[in-house]
Design a protein around this ligand. Sequence first.
Ligand SMILES: [Fe+2]
Length: 376
Amino acid sequence: MLTAHFPNRILFGIGIINRIKEELLLLDGCKSILLITSPGMPSRIFFPEILKTIQSVVKNVQVIATLTPEPDDKMIEMIFGQIELKNVDAVIGVGGGSVMDAAKLISCRVVNNEPFVEMAGSNLVKRKGPPILLIPTVAGSGSEVTHEAVLTDNDSGTRYALKDFKLLSHCSIIDPSLLTTCPKVLIATSGIDAFIHAVESIGNLNANVFSNLNGLQAIKSLKEGLVEAICDVTNERALNQISLGSMFAGFAFAATGTAAIHACGYPLTTIHKIPHGQANAVMLPYVIKYNLQTGNYYDSITELWGTKNLPLSLLQLVNEIGLKTNLKSMGIKIDELEKLAEIAFLDKRHLSVNPTDISLDILKNIFKNAWEGNLD
Ligand SMILES: [Fe+2]
């Protein structure tokens, strides 16, 4: 079986942000735009020009620049409460994955009154909201091309996802040159997250010809661009590669979901506030090492990479881009591992598509290996 969802339009390339005016003019009768972004974005060098262009086409533009990373449902409701526009004809998200997810959720909230948690899962959004335009300024989440929005439940602290084609963007404008002012650490954490999306889509019970093709292209692009981009964030070729990688990884995992690495990474983010990409990166070699004990799920990656020891090559990549490779060095205490494993074990959404079964005991062992940095 194969189900694939795409945005209505994707514009990709260095300098393509200049096409935003044409895209806005295509939105017939658009008089009011809500622009969602993060607090640091208005001071980024490209932002005033983007805003000016939008304002030259649409009269009423409200900018809400209060979105912080990994938002919970309370924050999205708070942003919804800040809308001053009489009508919202379109929602634009300028920023990273959290911003793009928030733009999707706000568009959804404009026409749906149900609590987000009641729309968690697949195809539970009743009405399609105003058109969404997404402009990623970070390469990683793939949210610019997916039909998914992730948020944290304020009560339980757990992360959940809404998946619905009604959350797809009307237009995604992916301009790699917007990444030139992105902090290196963000390029690393977001880029490795995209890489993991591709790995977990290839090694996945839902894998199919479409997701494998996109996943492998994502790995090729990210492997070529990520280290180069960390060395020089002005290297346009490298930024192009990681932006492509993020997009292809988005296509791949939107068709399959992600697996055990994400199940292990989420409690590190919700409990210890470790950024999503770093949380996944530190678990990556150890989960892959376990999965490889039961099958050759990653042969295509191993072949592309030309490595005889995939877990070790993955650990070296994480190290090369300046991220931590064991939990001990991140300040996690050894007596906290059991709880992390127990929370990860509850994440059936991700564990159920992992290519092999993972019991609680195995998860405890994976967390122990990740704490020690043990790949033996
Ligand atoms: Fe992710």
